[in-house]
Design a protein around this ligand. Structure first.
Ligand code: URA
Length: 214
């Protein structure tokens, strides 16, 4: 298999739906993926499909997807303008978190999508996607900030929209972070190198200092 030979996203998905060893295939209805190439080069990467996505075969079509659409509209984009995918392409039973081997078995599939798409920016949604691109970082410390991945592709860390369903107070944070994303897309904010962890370390120390004050 040579990734350069795939002519479109559909071919990539058809190939990897057969050539992957994800054990979730057995319990899932179908793999979940998007086949339209966005004009903007903006690529969101979520965690794994839920119940509605499993039924329809499309990512982010449930409650978290509706919130994602609302956040996108807030900065002047629609779902059709962006590409949305997941670290894991099959629904974990009962919406449990994906296991390391499930994430690993879909790794090459996601790589192929990204090589084909050549994103202008990758937006990992939540900690599983963050870990894939910025291993060792914590979403609570890096959300709303832009980084440069070691491959050279810009990354913009974002909480997963589903957190708002459990913790509604985080909605304001997501709205603010989407507004920072807009500034980043308009060139008003520069990305930090992923190797430059100084600012993250400083933020981490500030968080520790705040906790010690309590
Ligand atoms: N949450 C995800 O991470 N992905 C989806 O496709 C839907 C909900």
């Amino acid at each position: 298999m040579n990734i350069q030979e795939f002519k479109n996203l559909n071919e990539i998905h058809q190939y990897f739906a057969v050539h992957n060893r994800c054990k979730l295939k057995k319990s899932a209805t179908q793999p979940v993926y998007e086949i339209n190439t966005p004009k903007s080069g903006i690529v969101f990467v979520g965690e794994a499909p839920g119940l509605n996505e499993d039924k329809l075969g499309k990512p982010f079509v449930g409650a978290a997807g509706k919130l994602l659409d609302e956040l996108l509209e807030g900065i002047g984009y629609t779902r059709e303008d962006v590409y949305v995918t997941n670290v894991v392409k099959y629904r974990p039973p009962d919406n449990r978190e994906p296991l390391p081997e499930e994430k690993d078995s879909c790794r090459v599939w996601l790589n192929a999508e990204l090589i084909f798409l050549k994103p202008k920016v990758i937006i990992p949604l939540g900690r599983h996607a963050l870990e894939r691109f910025l291993p060792g970082q914590q979403i609570s410390l890096v959300h709303g900030q832009a980084f440069t991945h070691s491959s050279g592709t810009p990354l913009f860390a974002m909480y997963h929209p589903a957190v708002v369903l459990y913790n509604p107070t985080l909605k304001d944070t997501l709205v603010k972070d989407f507004s920072s994303l807009k500034d980043f897309l308009e060139g008003k904010i520069k990305a930090i190198e992923s190797t430059d962890t100084k600012s993250i370390q400083k933020k981490k120390q500030n968080v520790i200092d705040e906790i010690l004050k309590l």
